[in-house]
Design a protein around this ligand. Structure first.
Ligand SMILES: [Cu+2]
Length: 151
């Protein structure tokens, strides 16, 4: 058997390898790919923990809600000014949304973690609440404080 090995072809020109790598980096550097501050929120039956979350105007934040309870829970925030909202790993299929869809919404079934990522665009203090029937009334609420960026 003759060898197919071509000694001269073993070293690919570095340029050919560099081009796809640079393209991949460029895609990864889009606005929505900026690193986000991760905030953990635990959802229990029936409460959030902690009950105070903090974010900063203009800085991407990612709230990861871990449902450690035995029933579905979700997270809703009304009236907050945000951009680039992305919700993922939402795990409940048929839960009822609030009549008016909030600015931020994500749901997690028992044992799951769901994440909502966003960039707040104005300061303020907002209520985080669970829309599952009776939960808000039972005290399943928290506060999201959006602070001005430090100058
Ligand atoms: Cu709930």
């Amino acid at each position: 058997m003759k060898s197919d090995r071509n000694v001269g072809g073993q070293t690919a020109p570095p340029m050919l390898l560099a081009v796809p790598l640079l393209a991949a980096l460029a895609i990864g550097c889009g606005a929505s790919g900026a690193p986000a501050t991760r905030v953990s929120l635990v959802a229990r039956d029936i409460a959030y923990e902690p009950t105070r979350l903090v974010a900063t105007v203009g800085e991407p934040v990612e709230i990861a809600m871990q449902n450690v309870g035995a029933i579905d829970h979700d997270l809703n925030v009304d009236g907050i000014a945000v951009r680039d909202v992305q919700a993922r790993d939402a795990t409940t299929g048929g839960h009822g949304h609030p009549a008016k869809m909030p600015a931020l919404h994500v749901a997690a079934s028992p044992g799951k973690t769901a994440t909502v990522r966003f960039v707040p665009t104005a300061a303020g203090t907002f209520e985080v609440w669970c829309s599952v029937a009776g939960h808000r009334e039972a005290g399943m609420v928290a506060v999201l404080e959006v602070r001005e960026a430090r100058s």
